[in-house]
Design a protein around this ligand. Sequence first.
Ligand code: HEC
Ligand code: HEC
Length: 348
Amino acid sequence: MSKFPKFITATAVAAALAVPVYAEGFGLGRPAMPEEIAAWDLDVAPDGTGLPEGSGDVFTGEEVFAGKCAVCHGDFAEGVGNWPKLAGGQDTLDHDDPLKTVGSYWPYLSTTWDYVNRSMPFGDAQSLSADEVYAIVAYILYSNDLVDDEFVLSNETFKDVELPNAGGFIPDDRLQAEKHFWNPEPCMENCKDSVEITMRALVLDVTPDEGSANAPEETAPLQEAAAQPVMEDAVEVAAVPDPELVAKGEKTFKKCKACHQVGDGAKPKTGPVLNGIIGAPAGHAEGFRYSKAMKSAADGGLVWDEAELAAFLAKPRKYMKGTKMSFAGLKKESEIEAVIAYLQSYSQ
Ligand code: HEC
Ligand code: HEC
């Protein structure tokens, strides 16, 4: 059986076999024709490379422009309605709403020549002769007050024109200037010997939440508190901290330090200052904005005696639903006992 369906003619097969090797793999497409490449390969470089021979003066340009461009771009290239303006805007580049035109913004005349030659008039691209394009571009320069009305633009005079904003563009030299940043063989896996978690975002408090205690503008009016009258029965407890236990508690307190300070000059951080907390009424530290949960517990008369504090520290969020203290809790009773003793040593 034939490899080809019947409706493919012998010529088609011959043509298909004639395509170069690179197209064979997929059996798609055909090489571009020289005319097609020429129609696309028009670009003109800032130094004029790529320009065809030809010339045009301002007056001819005005005529062609009036006939083919002015409907949209205005008689003086000043634009009609919302169609682009091709002239004006000098000295507006540092304004909030700069007017970017060939005269004010474009760095190289070659871009103008290329743009007009390649894509205008809108809807009838590439219908202009080279001389017409030279003449139109001369007229656009004239409309921007960059040449006088005697000016003739040609492939020879082209390089005499420098657009005002030529210095506003700089060459992109990152390939050289930033070469040392680019690693030719970037590491894509196992790039770090070991990964250690040193802090948790939650504890660092990098995620702002509503009413965050860290937001200075949200700090609640200072609540009078520091020297709260200490409860009668708490005085006794606070009076006898065991030094060994206090030392142990100091270690445990490392777990609290990310959020709480104690001692002279202690300041509220993520959590309130804990000076004199043992035996104190809940939710009364100065300059701290407590959660609703803590405030209502305080309103309900909660006092941080050892038992309440021990229960709180074991499982803060179970003990007090809605507390802001995002701390899992202390697992060991000995730790709780020790940290309480440590806090007792800061009775003031
Ligand atoms: C039917 C309306 C129309 C006509 C006619 C027309 N243009 Fe345009 N022109 C446009 C539009 C629309 C754009 C913007 C195109 C875009 O941004 O892709 C433009 C953009 C331009 C630009 C670039 C402006 C800029 O700052 O980005 C130039 C230069 C230009 N035209 C020149 C001409 C010339 C020269 C002619 C006559 C040969 C012409 N145009 C005819 C509609 C027109
Ligand atoms: C991630 C931060 C964070 C950690 C860690 C933390 N706390 Fe707290 N703590 C808070 C916040 C926030 C509050 C206020 C709770 C509220 O308003 O609901 C608080 C409240 C308290 C209170 C009540 C204070 C008062 O004025 O009523 C005590 C006591 C307390 N923490 C002790 C501790 C101890 C002891 C540790 C360590 C074992 C600890 N916290 C660990 C954030 C923390």
